[in-house]
Design a protein around this ligand. Structure first.
Ligand SMILES: [Zn+2]
Length: 498
């Protein structure tokens, strides 16, 4: 395994020496908020011979922080300590110099939005468009920062409309993701009354934006810890942080997809949904009952859908694949091309991940929940703001517009009339050659749907076909309705008396 050093190796070795000397200098200038992280460096690891197995090998070693991958190039970017580097080499991995080290060495973070700037921008938008917005504080972090959601619609408080959620920055260092969602707010609000499609969306649906789930963590990034991923959870007087996207109660710690080590970057927390950020998102989704969602992450140019554990089967796979392929065809990558994002589940494309928000949203709340990894390997978490911020947020428009379009254009809706609305749930089964196939998974996989509003509004996005909708009051089945969904149409069942 130890052949002659290749030129990339020579280049890498020289740079790591430079990094280490820079690191020792850091001890004297930590008060100046430089972005260098003295104990970390980034390497590119070749995984092209068997990407998924190689990623699992890497993830088993908790001292390696996997930042992102390029499946096309067969390279993964890993942050590690110098001592872990030799272990990586001993395991037979081919290592190359990562261009992302330059981001660790910057003296200041590029002008990405800070937590207080996000709140200021949301407040300005809600004041500029009072009729189209409702600004809500959905939770408070341990360090007393507000987590806010902006509802955008011609009737923001009307829950008898299909709702689509977009959230960003479960992970603190993924600064581009907040920019994507803030840009979305601008496009939707400026487009109302101007762009016929946006006007139609806001007149018939509600869009909810949570641009920054993890402001505490992001503040640490702005204060100099460029590679900080988790929140600001403390233990024994030290800030360890919990990976919020491993803290959701669905499949919490259920597969090889998180860590019990509080120093690990994928530490799942002391218990399921222990974190205020997790609780805030769960409460928002339980009260707003969205139909679909994108959770924005960076980087790797991927579109992900449930489940994060390999053994779990997704009963709505066909629908996720269909909408995902459409998003893939409409999102533009960093090289200006479409149809290049990878599409699949986390274990298909990366590694297992448990306790994620998308899995919880899908299983517990009936949400078509996607995650998107924006930007490629060369841009990383904090690409040059001047060069990449505007171009990236515009290139993402095709994907989120596709999700809104596909969610609203085809499926089933209705209005339940019942004295016991709080107890109503329903399943949808696809009927194929007279056989019923549970779309919700029925028994063990996905919970039955709740109505989309407390008033009994029903809405589900479906592919064309024959379906059967079965209602229950508590555990008692009460009614079934057969219906057909045609291409490009929402079948309206009207009033449904239970
Ligand atoms: Zn992430």
């Amino acid at each position: 395994m130890r052949g002659k050093p290749k030129s990339a190796w020579l280049q890498f070795s020289r740079t790591s020496v430079a990094l280490l000397s820079c690191a020792s200098g850091m001890l004297f200038i930590t008060t100046q908020s430089a972005l260098s992280e003295p104990n970390k460096q980034i390497v590119s690891v070749r995984i092209s011979n068997d990407p998924v197995r190689r990623m699992e090998d890497l993830k088993d070693l908790s001292q390696f922080d996997i930042l992102g991958v390029s499946l096309r190039e067969g390279l993964a970017e890993i942050a590690l300590s110098s001592s872990a580097l030799s272990q990586l080499k001993d395991m037979g991995f081919q290592i190359e110099f990562s261009p992302l080290n330059a981001q660790l060495q910057r003296e200041t973070l590029e002008p990405y939005l800070t937590p207080s700037e996000v709140l200021d921008s949301l407040s300005s938008l809600s004041q500029a468009y009072p009729a189209l917005t409702e600004l809500k504080t959905i939770g408070q972090t341990r360090r007393k920062r507000a987590i806010q959601a902006l509802v955008i619609s011609s009737e923001p408080s009307n829950q008898n409309r299909p709702t689509i959620l977009f959230n960003a920055m479960h992970h603190a260092r993924e600064v581009m993701t907040t920019e994507v969602v803030m840009h979305m707010a601008q496009v939707l609000l400026k487009g109302y009354g101007v762009d016929p499609e946006i006007t139609h969306w806001l007149d018939t649906a509600r869009i909810i934006l949570v641009p920054q789930v993890n402001p505490d963590g992001n503040q640490l990034v702005h204060e100099g810890q460029a590679m900080w991923r988790k929140n600001a959870w403390e233990s024994e007087g030290r800030t360890f942080g919990v990976d919020i996207n491993r803290n959701y109660p669905t499949l919490w710690g259920a597969c090889n997809g998180s860590s019990t080590n509080k120093s690990s970057d994928s530490f799942r927390g002391p218990e399921a949904s222990s974190e205020p950020e997790t609780k805030a998102m769960i409460a928002l989704i339980q009260s707003e009952r969205p139909v679909a969602n994108i959770s924005y992450h960076s980087f790797s140019e991927m579109i992900l859908y449930p489940y994060g554990c390999r053994k779990e089967a997704n009963p709505s796979l066909e629908l996720f694949k269909s909408i995902g392929a459409d998003m893939k065809a409409n999102v533009i990558d960093d090289s200006g091309k479409t149809n290049t994002y990878s599409l699949g589940t986390p274990p298909e494309l990366l590694y297992e991940a448990d306790g994620t928000d998308a899995d919880w949203q899908f299983r517990e709340a009936g949400v078509l929940a996607f995650a998107m990894e924006v930007n490629g390997r060369l841009q990383g978490f904090q690409p040059s703001h001047k060069r990449w911020r505007d171009i990236t947020v515009v290139r993402q428009e095709g994907a989120w517009k596709t999700l809104i379009r596909r969610t609203l254009e085809q499926g089933v809706q209705g209005q339940i009339l019942s004295r016991q609305l709080g107890e109503v749930s329903y399943r949808i089964a696809k009927v194929l050659n007279g056989e019923r196939e549970d779309f919700t998974g029925g028994d063990k996989s996905v919970k039955p749907f709740r109505t989309r509003s407390a008033d009994g509004f029903v809405f589900n996005t479906l592919l064309p076909g024959e379906y059967q909708l079965s209602f229950s009051l508590g555990d008692t089945p009460t009614k079934t309705v057969n219906f057909t969904v045609k291409q490009g149409e929402v079948t309206d069942l009207g009033d449904i008396r239970l």
